[in-house]
Write a protein that binds this ligand. Sequence first.
Ligand SMILES: Cc1cc2nc3c(=O)[nH]c(=O)nc-3n(C[C@H](O)[C@H](O)[C@H](O)COP(=O)(O)OP(=O)(O)OC[C@H]3O[C@@H](n4cnc5c(N)ncnc54)[C@H](O)[C@@H]3O)c2cc1C
Length: 456
Amino acid sequence: MPIRVVIIGAGAAGLFAAYELCQLKKLEIKIVEEGPDVDKRNCASKEHAVCLKCDPCRMLCGVGGAGAYSSGLLNLDPHIGGDLAELAGSEQRAQKLIEKIDSIFLKHGAPQEVFYPNEEKIAEIQRLAGSVGIRFIPVRQRLIGTENAPKIIKSIQEYLEKKGVQFLLNQRVIEITPNTVKLQNGNEIQFDFCLAAPGRSGMHWLATQMEKLKVETKYLPVDIGVRVEVPAFIMDHICQFERDPKFHIFTTTYDDFVRSFCTNHRGYVVQEVYDDGTVAVNGHSFITEKSQNTNFALLVRVALTHPLEDTSAYGKSIVQACTTLGGGKPLVQRLGDIKRGRRSTEEKIKKNIIQPTLKNTTAGDISMAFPHRILTDILEAIERLDRVIPGIESNNTLLYAPEIKYSAKQIVTNEHLETSIENLFVAGDGAGQTRGIIGAAVSGMIAAHGIIQKVA
Ligand SMILES: Cc1cc2nc3c(=O)[nH]c(=O)nc-3n(C[C@H](O)[C@H](O)[C@H](O)COP(=O)(O)OP(=O)(O)OC[C@H]3O[C@@H](n4cnc5c(N)ncnc54)[C@H](O)[C@@H]3O)c2cc1C
């Protein structure tokens, strides 16, 4: 009898777990994915079979998960995308897993080029950043590019299928029990091992399932802020060797943690639409198609304690306020207007030197939707960043709101990512273990190794 493994979700965590597991012949591996094949992830407007440009498409699920239509920026560093050293038990193991994942991406067609500043550049930026109390974290990065990501995912899927992994697509798991998963279509799959990796789109569902099974869960902080858009030439000098420069800032007034995140050099701001109708923004970039602008997120970390520990509910209330004020669209505002306490108008945006790459927005007033503390944190962070990257604090700089990174409730596990239910493992962003493609893939591999150890 083969040993039956069911993986929920074909995102980075699920796919890379399967990559490890399929090397073991005695396993029968099924990946259940509620979305379609990567090349059938239809545009919501039904205009194109594979949409790389339509904003709502990016939130659709399918093989490759949330990363399939992202820029696919791979952060090859154990300190980014979650604490991967802690997750893996040591920095050395985390780095080894990262190298392995990177080599798999390369084997399946990822571009060869790696971005990393030389020692001289690192020292120069660290000196500038340090002089205004900012920490610059140099990170090795590989950019897959939005146009390449689906081809690479397809190649990985085909490899797994050749190795006998079965993909059950367009099938949603509605319930996990200690030895079965129940599908929406009424079918049940028996398993010996289950790995739940449903990503952010499935995080609330996963937390509910875990609570039902009496597996302990914990709230994590939420990251909320804006996406900043500037003319590309302002950041060219830094992005040419560090695609996504990471800056960490503790603000003066509140001593809050603010970080720059997900820089898209000559990229585009895009809209995220959640299933409750609220909207937010994100960003992406192509390798071939370039815009005149560069965008990055500036996010404030918010952790809460008793009586309201639910950071998602708090974050959602801010996203809801933005959505209401924007009439169902994200808000956009000139930095000059926000500093003078005025709303931006369509006319002002039309006249603005920097033209927005995301058009489907409402010119408005972010300060009407954001708590004073979060707005103060963002304005202070921009003021300081301007000393490291001169030109960021221009009146013409565009701020889009909200940008939010909801954190999943962290599922409590052992070091192999096995929950208190025997043989039930979790991995990826949906389990609150990681934030990013590499991190999710690392966690998938750790869970896979946990399963392999148990069957060996
Ligand atoms: C627009 C955008 C840009 C991004 N850019 C980057 C980037 O450049 N670099 C980076 O490192 N990260 C990026 N990220 C984040 C990255 O995509 C995620 O961190 C990563 O995909 C997480 O992997 P995962 O496997 O945990 O979950 P996911 O990739 O979300 O995959 C989970 C899968 O599970 C499926 N699923 C959920 N619930 C169920 C269920 N009940 N039954 C069956 N299937 C289910 C979903 O359909 C989904 O396909 C980006 C994200 C977005 C949205």
